[in-house]
Ligand binder design. Structure first.
Ligand SMILES: NC(=O)C1=CN([C@@H]2O[C@H](COP(=O)(O)OP(=O)(O)OC[C@H]3O[C@@H](n4cnc5c(N)ncnc54)[C@H](OP(=O)(O)O)[C@@H]3O)[C@@H](O)[C@H]2O)C=CC1
Ligand SMILES: N[C@@H](CC=O)C(=O)O
Length: 350
């Protein structure tokens, strides 16, 4: 089966998925019977291109990396350049829109509109953009359902680590009483570097160079990114709809090297912890730096690695740890959404 993709946004994560599609082409075809064809890219600065027959992903990546634009991608009679995002979503023959524009922590736009437009046009969406899932989860998931299409967003929490799919599949049957975890790679990386003596500014610069930080790193250091992820966990995993503004939020911008070193002297470590505690039918949620004992499993989580603990009533505490950011890892989260979508299509046909 062939699934046709249109990328809206083609930065680090989008290009990482494109690379994976190239690298895993044979495996996907042989082991899953899945052929992925990239038919369109629409990006703010890099421009847009569409070919209903599919683009050559290798040439596309080379072109974007060498010239910063799709402008010089070789054209044929069927190539269309210059479509807007909306035209690409509505008019292309893509089955799936890959929404990988930047996360806007105030409005969630234009990503919410991209998802809405895709669903209204009976196109599935896979995304790593937290905005639509944190701010418009109920509306968008209903719209996807009403139009019989797929909404995949595994990478919105903990990148390629299955923080969303695991509790909704293999932990089913438990009541989850509390979720706590380290949900932001940039700040965990920064705290770890500051434990080694780097200044706040040096640590942030390194995290940005490694591709962990948001386009505007204020989202990371002020805790907004983790707050979005906390809202997603409450809405999707706990099944309790909350707004990101219901999550108490304190970032790490007030944390100094001295604070971090002083904690270490007391056999403790700072971690930016997200907590969601079930209270009857509602939840209490927060994101804030907490001092935890050095032998707490979460204190052993370093660098851009994230970790999450699900307090299950039957299975007990289950901790999942893995990358919380990174281009290849986040590209993988989109691939796993695609594979799940493909598997659902196969089941629907049986
Ligand atoms: N990087 C990571 O580790 C992770 C990222 N995410 C999320 O994934 C998404 C993508 O991240 P990443 O690839 O790293 O970010 P980048 O900033 O590298 O890429 C975003 C791309 O989207 C483009 N873009 C921005 N606004 C628009 C728009 N209105 N229309 C079309 N294109 C637009 C940008 O264009 P240009 O630069 O050309 O202006 C850029 O190419 C973000 O929402 C992020 O929060 C989630 C988990 C981990
Ligand atoms: N900036 C985010 C990227 C993933 O969501 C982070 O650092 O965790």
């Amino acid at each position: 089966m062939t699934i046709k993709l249109a990328f809206i946004g083609f930065g680090g994560v989008g290009q990482a998925l494109a690379e994976i599609i190239l690298e895993r082409k044979r495996m996907l075809e042989e082991e899953h019977g899945l052929t992925i064809s990239v038919v369109a890219v629409a990006d703010m600065m890099k421009g847009s291109i569409y070919n209903p027959e599919g683009l050559d992903v290798s040439k596309l990546l080379t072109c974007v990396r060498e010239s910063g634009s799709v402008e010089h991608y070789p054209e044929d009679a069927k190539t269309i350049k210059g479509w807007t995002n909306t035209e690409t979503i509505k008019n292309s023959n893509a089955d799936v829109v890959v929404e990988v524009t930047f996360t806007d922590v105030k409005t969630g736009e234009p990503a919410i509109t991209h998802c809405r437009t895709a669903f209204e046009n009976r196109k599935s969406v896979i995304t790593t953009n937290k905005g639509p899932v944190a701010l418009a989860f109920e509306e968008l998931s209903e719209l996807a359902k009403d139009n019989g299409v797929f909404f995949g967003f595994e990478g919105t929490v903990m990148s390629g680590t299955p923080a969303l799919r695991m509790p909704k599949t293999t932990l089913l049957g438990n009541k989850i009483k509390e979720i706590k975890g380290i949900l932001n790679g940039t700040t965990n990386y920064m705290i770890t570097e500051m434990e080694k003596g780097l200044s706040y500014e040096e640590a942030l610069e390194k995290a940005q160079k490694l591709g962990y930080a948001e386009a505007d790193p204020t989202s990371d250091v002020e805790g907004y990114d983790a707050r979005y992820k906390t809202a997603i966990l409450s809405n999707y995993v706990m099944g309790v709809p909350i707004s990101h503004t219901d999550v108490e939020c304190i970032g790490i911008s007030g944390l100094t090297v001295e604070d971090i070193q002083s904690a270490l002297e007391d056999d403790e470590k700072y971690r930016l912890l997200a907590r969601i505690t079930s209270e009857g039918g509602s939840v209490k949620a927060s994101v804030k730096p907490e001092r935890i004992a050095i032998d707490d499993p979460l204190a052993g989580v370093s660098g851009a690695t994230n970790a999450i603990v699900y307090e299950c009533d039957l299975a007990g505490p289950i901790m999942l740890t893995g990358a919380g950011a990174g281009l290849k890892e986040t590209g993988f989260s989109l691939l796993i959404d695609l594979i799940h979508y493909h598997q659902q299509l196969i089941v629907a046909k049986i």
